[in-house]
Design a protein around this ligand. Structure first.
Ligand code: UD1
Ligand code: CA
Length: 454
């Protein structure tokens, strides 16, 4: 679309009570600001981000996540002159660097400018697109809320928007207004050029409000299109309570999308999935499962209360109560309860119970007994364990890495393996069992009258 998008992300976010900039707080594993950038890039190749608080941290993170868009010149950054021009209106002004025209707007590629608050992670590109299709010189978004607390109230008279009053500036009678400013606007370039310089900071927060542009334009007879929008997409996130409410909405969307693709979910409201998780084929996800990061799950059954982090699982069953940690690739494999993997590749393996497999590769037909542990860390560095095909690792074996175990190997239960094992060998490392005659009675007196069997 021929529209430039500006994302306002320079606020301090004090209501968040956090050292981290508000827009970097995550929803389903993804930064709030990144949701806005993703949607903006769907509709525009001229996206501007206004920063101030922790400018460099945010900029670095954005450039790293959007290398391509940044290289293509689709992303631009501006620094708000916060000391002189605080507020959402100030965020659009060039500031002192522009000299006497400090209040003039930045330069944009297109004549239509869509402005988004950076704390609205739920808004979708499709909705933004339809908002942009309205040809009025000013288009704003209005929410009707049971509880309008915190939002700017929209004063509407005879069906027309007159002005917007912030919570902190409102009178008692204005506070009861339930129509609020949702924080997405489209302005024609000429509107910003004419009315942004008129904005003053004579209000209780001593800030330059973007919303005053609408007031001045209205005073000069400009028509304002006020579009009713839904809270589900337009809620602003100012506090950690609102962060959790927005996450609930996002989670529901992600779960519904997965189910529409054919995933079966047991008790979906107990399942947590992050925004970069992808599914394919037929999957079953049981209650209480968490799937995080860029995980990919294909034709697999993830049983109750398992946690999958940043891993690939194909044609396998996992859990209940398994922990698949980052960089695991699990294929045609059975993983039972209380199994933990990390940076491990398992192809056609059975790991039934209570194991830790870290930094290892296990090949087809191998069986890992209960209680097997790869000792991958010597206190200084991580080492690999490579296990071939059709290896039978007995219960309670410690595999001290680095280690290479060739195919068709049998390892006796309870062994501590420190040396490589060759094809076809049986490895045992345990002391021979001794049975000491009447040894029990050296420590205890007889507890019952049961006679020793003859
Ligand atoms: C703003 C609106 C309010 C609306 C609400 C919707 C104004 C004056 N008020 O209030 O009418 O109902 O959003 O959610 O616009 N920001 C900057 N620079 C600043 C201050 C803020 O870039 O100096 C950015 C913030 O990072 C944030 C966005 O602008 O992403 C909105 O700021 P915030 O302080 O959350 O505004 P609200 O008080 O919620
Ligand atoms: Ca806000």
């Amino acid at each position: 679309m021929n529209v430039s998008v500006v994302i306002l992300a320079a606020g301090a976010g004090t209501r968040m009570k956090s050292k981290m900039p508000k827009v970097l707080h995550k929803i389903c594993g993804k930064e709030m600001l990144f949701y806005s950038i993703d949607e903006a890039l769907q509709i525009s190749d001229d996206v501007h981000i206004v920063l101030f608080h922790q400018e460099n941290t945010i900029k670095e993170r954005v450039i790293c996540a959007y290398k391509q868009a940044y290289a293509n010149g689709a992303l631009h950054f501006h620094l708000q002159d916060h000391a002189h021009y605080p507020g959402t209106g100030g965020a659009l002004m060039q500031g002192q660097s522009a000299g006497i025209n400090a209040k003039k707007p930045f330069c944009y590629q297109y004549d239509e400018i869509l402005i988004l608050n950076g704390d609205m992670p739920l808004v979708r590109s499709q909705t933004l697109k339809s908002l942009c299709q309205n040809k009025a010189q000013i288009v704003m978004s209005v929410l009707h809320l049971q509880n309008p607390f915190g939002y700017g109230r929209v004063v509407i008279e005879s069906g027309e928007v007159q002005r917007i009053i912030e919570q902190k500036d409102a009178t008692e009678s204005e506070l009861v207004i339930q129509d609020v400013n949702a924080g997405v606007y489209k302005f024609h370039k000429s509107i910003l050029e004419l009315y942004l310089p008129q904005v003053q900071n004579a209000n209780n927060q001593q800030e330059f409000y973007l919303t005053d542009v609408i007031f001045y334009a209205k005073e000069n007879g400009v028509k304002i299109a006020a579009l009713q929008v839904k809270e589900e997409e337009f809620m602003g996130v100012n506090s950690k309570i609102q962060l959790s409410s927005a996450q609930e909405v996002m989670l529901q969307r992600l779960r519904e999308k997965a189910m529409e693709q054919g995933v079966i979910m047991h008790l979906p409201h107990t399942i947590y999935i992050e925004s970069n998780v992808t599914f394919s084929g037929e999957c079953i996800i049981e209650q209480g499962v968490q799937i995080l990061g860029d995980s990919y799950i294909s034709d697999s059954h993830i049983k109750a209360h398992s946690v999958i982090e940043q891993s690939i699982i194909e044609s396998s069953d996992v859990g209940p109560l398994a922990h698949i940690r980052p960089k695991s690739h699990i294929k045609n494999t059975h993983i039972g309860n209380f199994v933990e993997t990390k940076s491990s590749i398992l192809r056609g393996v059975k790991v039934g119970h209570l194991s830790y497999l870290g930094d290892c590769e296990v090949d087809e037909g191998s069986n890992i007994g209960a209680g097997v542990i790869t000792c991958n860390y010597d206190g200084k560095a991580k080492h690999k364990t490579i296990i071939g095909k059709s290896v039978f690792v007995g219960s309670d074996v410690q595999l001290i890495a680095p280690l290479k175990i060739e195919s068709n190997v049998l390892i006796g239960a309870g062994s501590t393996i420190t040396k490589d094992i060759e094809y076809g060998d049986l490895a045992l490392s345990r002391t021979a069992q001794q049975n000491i005659k009447d040894g029990f009675f050296k420590f205890f007196s007889p507890k019952n009258e049961e006679k020793k069997e003859e």
